[in-house]
Design a protein. Structure first.
Length: 147
């Protein structure tokens, strides 16, 4: 089943022809500054993600030594997060079209969360710091945790 999404102005659209990882909410200070709140994101295998950028609007910002963030240069929509060398691309869940059928599996960097909100899903696993051990399992939409 394919999923589609776009930026706010529609200059960048994308299609995922494969599984999506369950949503992970990231509360780190970089994600909060990038979006104005915490990030709720899924992920897909790079080989299954097809990006159409009709106006050459996709911009990448190197936000750390190990990752970059993709956004629309026209409307400013935050779209993607990419760890260097990863086989997956993280996709902000709010950019997907229509019902997704996804659920929240985890909340990461909860020790960095803003003081103006409460954790949104008490049933999701929480991690004080990194959640980079949570991965999309091979050709499925489920998540696994490497130990």
């Amino acid at each position: 089943m394919a999923a589609t999404g776009s930026c706010l102005c529609g200059a960048i659209t994308f299609e995922i022809k494969g599984p999506l990882r369950a949503v992970i909410n990231c509360h780190c200070s970089q994600c909060r500054k990038w979006t104005g709140h915490y990030v709720a994101a899924t992920a897909a295998w790079k080989r299954n993600l097809y990006i159409r950028d009709s106006a050459d609007s996709l911009r990448w910002y190197r936000s750390s030594f190990t990752a970059q963030r993709g956004f629309c240069g026209q409307c400013g929509s935050s779209l993607f997060w990419q760890r260097d060398g990863a086989d997956t691309t993280t996709i902000l869940a709010g950019t997907l079209d229509g019902a997704t059928g996804l659920n929240t599996a985890a909340q990461i960097y909860v020790s960095d969360k803003g003081d103006y909100y409460c954790l949104s899903d008490p049933q999701a696993a929480t991690y004080a710091r990194t959640g980079h051990s949570i991965h999309l399992t091979h050709d499925s939409g489920s998540v696994s945790e490497k130990t």
